[in-house]
Design a protein around this ligand. Structure first.
Ligand SMILES: C[S@@+](CC[C@H](N)C(=O)[O-])C[C@H]1O[C@@H](n2cnc3c(N)ncnc32)[C@H](O)[C@@H]1O
Length: 266
């Protein structure tokens, strides 16, 4: 992914900002259920934490985290997305900051919670390690990180273009003004996610869901945890039970869990 393509991604979100939250209007029962599951898991993971959120967008999940966290420092590179977030009646424990997810060095390094929803799929494969290292560098040992992302369902969320030489894939997205955007969108397999998230992770659980009847491939919804037990997914009311994998503790006492619901496909 070139600097130009990264700039394209930001411009896309700048332009999408006013219409972005349409994706959170429940489309059907399964979609509503998955949104509820994410909300519940996120709140469970980040309760009473001092949270660093990257790529917070319009602050939809920021608001959710803020309801249970001690404090949320929510960051995004798009001023337009942040402006949407500022329109929300976010509680006083939320701080919104313009930051590049790859350059978090000037933030404190005492967060014991991390949050990144629907961001990892926008990270070029070649930058995954650097992003995670930079993110983790802001966290204390024993922190909990909750990540969530989209599952790939053919035909949903625009045409998926073939991988480039770096192995990154792109989607063609249309906005309501008719504008077409070529947007980096990687769908990592469960194994890839385990591999990339395992370093420095004490426990890692990957949860995939394909209960809506639509075909899902290489999907991520994830919760990552630094220290302590990984969260188990509560999918009892929403499709098939999660598959959970736990990895042995490492020196950094980190754990990760991933869940992949189906109706949040993009
Ligand atoms: C799919 S949206 C996710 C927003 C929000 N987390 C959510 O779940 O609704 C991806 C976000 O990544 C942001 N973004 C794009 N490039 C970024 C970068 N280099 N650093 C930080 N944020 C970036 C976009 O502005 C956008 O808000």
């Amino acid at each position: 992914m070139t600097a130009l393509e990264e700039a394209n991604l930001r411009r896309y979100y700048d332009q999408r900002a006013p219409e972005y939250e349409q994706i959170y209007l429940p489309r059907d029962q399964q979609h509503a259920c998955e949104l509820g599951e994410l909300s519940r898991e996120l709140r469970e993971a980040l309760r009473a934490r001092h949270v660093l959120e990257v790529a917070c967008g319009t602050g939809y999940w920021t608001a959710c985290a803020a309801g249970v966290a001690l404090r949320v420092t929510a960051t995004d590179a798009s001023l337009a997305m942040l402006a949407e977030a500022r329109e929300k009646p976010l509680p006083a424990n939320v701080e919104l900051l313009a930051r590049d997810a790859y350059d978090l060095h000037d933030l404190p390094s005492d967060f014991d919670g991390g949050l990144a929803t629907f961001w990892l799929s926008h990270v070029p494969r070649a930058r995954l390690r650097a992003f995670l290292d930079g993110f983790h560098a802001r966290l204390v040992a024993g922190a909990v990180v909750y990540l969530a992302d989209n599952v790939y369902v053919p035909g949903v969320g625009g045409e998926l273009l073939p991988a480039d030489r770096a192995g990154d894939t792109y989607k063609v997205r249309r906005l309501t003004d008719g504008g077409r955007h070529r947007v980096l969108k990687n769908y990592f397999s469960t194994e890839e996610l385990r591999t990339v998230l395992a370093p420095g992770t004490s426990e890692l659980a990957v949860r995939a869901e394909s209960g809506s009847g639509r075909r899902a491939t290489a999907p991520p919804w994830s919760a990552e945890r630094h220290g302590g037990a990984a969260r188990s997914a509560g999918t009892e009311r929403c499709g098939s039970p999660p598959r959970t994998s736990t990895f042995p503790p490492s020196s950094r006492q980190t754990s990760t869990s991933l869940r992949m619901p189906n109706r949040l496909a993009r």
